[in-house]
Write a protein that binds this ligand. Sequence first.
Ligand code: IMP
Ligand code: MG
Length: 175
Amino acid sequence: MSECIKPLITAEQIDKRLDELAAQINKDFSGKTITIVCVLKGAAVFMCDLAKKLDVITEYEFIAISSYGDGTESTGIVKITKDLDQSVCDKDILLVEDILDTGNTLAYLTNYLKSQKPKSLKICTLLDKPERREVEGVEVDYVGFTIPNLFVVGYGLDYAQKYRNIPFVGEMCFE
Ligand code: IMP
Ligand code: MG
């Protein structure tokens, strides 16, 4: 069985959407310092490109979680594998994620971050797959693209740790 990637969202489309998201975030956080909490590893590419378009002051924090193993189905059990370095207590947080799928990860991370008593918490995800939702009540403030129920790679997203460096988002196919 060979692997192939069918383009779904081009690099140009991503760049244009990031301009729109950044404009909204700049407006919403005007005069504040944003603590960006990037969910490793998938959101790293998105977070760096988005952050370059922000004109508010930002601080970076990284958190790593595991839920997927190396397959295309979430195990549903979220584990923190790398915690925040600094306290986010009293900070204005922008949590940046690559994709909202079942919702298990963001539900877990939202609870975890809220328990640290930030001043505010907003969530930004590059992709949203609403058809796959298992957890109710996960509310995101900024969504790049809503996509159908496909397993996608590229622009930070992986299949078995591969294809994160592809500059566009594509559907993972097995032929
Ligand atoms: P959730 O917990 O099911 O919402 O899944 C969120 C996490 O699963 C994301 O942070 C991704 O790392 C991973 N994920 C979900 N869908 C995909 C996909 O289509 N491609 C690659 N990773 C995915
Ligand atoms: Mg992820």
